[in-house]
Design a protein around this ligand. Structure first.
Ligand code: NAP
Ligand code: MG
Length: 490
């Protein structure tokens, strides 16, 4: 494995930033958190609590209740009662008012939420502060606006709510995924039972406190924490009318099988293996920044991460040199430090998965290059990594790694780029970098991906829909499209 030689590569001298940690001294955690059912926190019937740790230090932050099937049942019943007696009866503008209130409270608590997100999940504070939490508030604002305007979303048709939504979310954007799920469901008049990921439940539980503060009627949102079994009990509960899942393709397929024939509506937002395509006429320096943002942002724990780079042959050498120089400057370490570019890998299990796939890449003959950056001795870390000499059939080109690992391939013609980009089981996202508008349209219409960025990457907005083709999922979230899964239309 070849190594780069530190930040001095680019700047000629060895230097480093002084530490700039965000203080977490004022953040209060309960020793343990109960289940949020019918508007209040309650002990689980299992009497079991599991630890939520900080992946950067491996220290326990708090203990979280493990919901058993009777707790899930209780939560679904609470959601049903709230749906029938309160929420579906409320005027749409009143529903909107609650959502606006929640959005404002999220803004008021933004700093605390960002710090908790970074402590519990390992992502750099710069991202949780500047991307995750502002987008969480933006989603609530956006769907608050739709609540009393559904007749304009579906002109000439009448929209009614569906009922109780079971929502299961992953650990890579914990609060943002909760917002993507809860905001449109509530705006359309549904009630919710949400299951956060086992390693990152804490911001969802803080959100529960915000919902209490917003005086949201009891039972409209219920949060049941636990692991996969809790999620399985929730989606297969007969009292659920709609399932919204974000997570791996493997679990998505399992859920699809478990609800087959039940009549439940469903949306599945699953994995990805996106390609960033660089043409010779692109602005190379901007493209290099885009690639860095595409794969190293959030440790590569991003379903739409640009984990493959397809670069046109004529510029490949230049791009690779610039990429390695830039990667060598990335700072890996304390998620709470404002200078950190790459934080902690979310869990030991995820770190192991990344290592396994990287080792497979080496065994299959890929040439692996890693930054020589320092990493802390405690916690879960992975250095930014780049593979060249890989073939389309290699596992690291086909499988989602969900870590800071980029696989680089070259191409000669646009046809070859399209062929390679489309040649995985996924179809979630992609990027095209070129000076020619016509090439952008030609490429984006031929690549089978739900989201395509042009001369930029990883840009999100609540007004824009998101979702995948093929094994990347079914249905769309976000924007006007994100209302459809939560209404019956007549
Ligand atoms: P995961 O293992 O599929 O877990 C996702 C959620 O499902 C977690 O809350 C998990 O609980 C729960 N779960 C596990 N087994 C279940 C079952 N049998 N029935 C119901 N729920 C079950 O995925 P992950 O590793 O957390 O997240 C990474 C994956 O999410 C990646 O593949 C990524 O691409 C995908 N993702 C997709 C999008 C998108 O919008 N397309 C967005 C973000 C992430 P526990 O975690 O507690 O076990
Ligand atoms: Mg944690």
């Amino acid at each position: 494995m070849k190594k780069a030689s530190s930040r001095s590569l680019q700047f000629g001298t060895d230097w480093t930033y002084a530490p700039a940690p965000e203080s977490s001294a004022h953040i209060q955690f309960n020793e343990r958190y109960g289940l949020f059912i019918n508007g209040r926190f309650q002990a689980p019937s299992t009497s079991r609590y599991f630890a939520s740790i900080n992946p950067a230090t491996e220290k326990e932050i708090a203990r979280v209740a493990e919901a058993g099937s009777s707790d899930v049942d209780k939560a679904v019943r609470a959601a049903r009662t709230a749906y029938e007696k309160v929420w579906s009866k409320l005027s749409p503008s009143e529903r909107g008012k609650y959502l606006f209130r929640i959005a404002r409270l999220i803004q008021e608590n933004a700093r605390e939420l960002a710090i908790i997100e970074s402590m519990d999940g390992g992502k750099p504070i710069r991202e949780s502060r500047d991307i995750d939490i502002p987008l969480v508030a933006a989603h609530f604002f956006y769907y608050a606006g739709w609540a009393d305007k559904l007749q304009f979303a579906f002109p000439g048709r009448s929209a009614s709510p569906i009922g109780v939504a079971a929502q299961v979310i992953p650990w890579n954007f914990p609060l943002l995924m909760a917002a993507w799920k809860i905001a449109p469901a509530l705006a359309c008049g549904n009630t919710v039972v949400l299951k956060p990921a086992e390693t990152t439940s804490l911001t969802a539980l803080k959100l529960a406190e915000i919902l209490q503060e917003a005086d949201l009627p009891p039972g409209v949102v219920n949060i049941v924490t636990g692991a996969g079994a809790t999620g399985a009990a929730l989606v297969s509960h007969p009292g659920v009318d709609k399932v919204a899942f974000t997570g791996s393709t493997e679990v998505g397929k399992h859920i699809m099988r478990s609800i087959a024939g039940s009549g439940k509506k469903y949306t599945l937002e699953l994995g990805g293996k996106a390609a960033n395509i660089l043409f010779e006429d692109c602005a190379v320096d901007q493209a290099v920044e885009g690639i860095i943002n595409g794969i190293f942002f959030n440790q590569g724990h991003v379903c739409c991460a640009g984990s493959r780079l397809l670069v046109q042959e004529g510029i490949a050498k230049d791009v690779l040199r610039k990429l390695k120089d830039r990667i060598s400057t990335l700072i890996v370490g304390d998620p709470l430090d404002k200078n950190t570019d790459i934080g902690a890998i979310n869990s030991k299990a995820q770190l192991q998965k990344i290592k396994t796939l990287v080792n497979a890449g080496i065994r299959e003959g890929g040439e692996c290059w890693q930054s020589e950056c320092e990493i802390p001795s405690k916690g879960f870390w992975f250095k930014p990594t780049l593979f060249t000499g890989v073939a389309q059939s290699h596992r690291i080109v086909q499988e989602e790694i969900f870590g800071p690992v980029l696989a680089v391939q070259t191409f000669r013609t646009p046809e070859e780029a399209v062929e390679k980009a489309n040649n995985t089981p996924y179809g979630l996202s992609g990027g095209v970098w070129t000076d020619k508008g016509s090439k952008i349209f030609k490429m984006t219409s031929r690549i089978r991906a739900g989201v395509m960025w042009a001369n930029t990457y990883n840009k999100f907005d609540p007004a824009s829909p998101f979702g995948g083709y093929k094994e990347s999922g079914v249905g769309r979230e976000g924007g006007l499209h994100g209302l459809y899964p939560y209404v019956n239309l007549s």
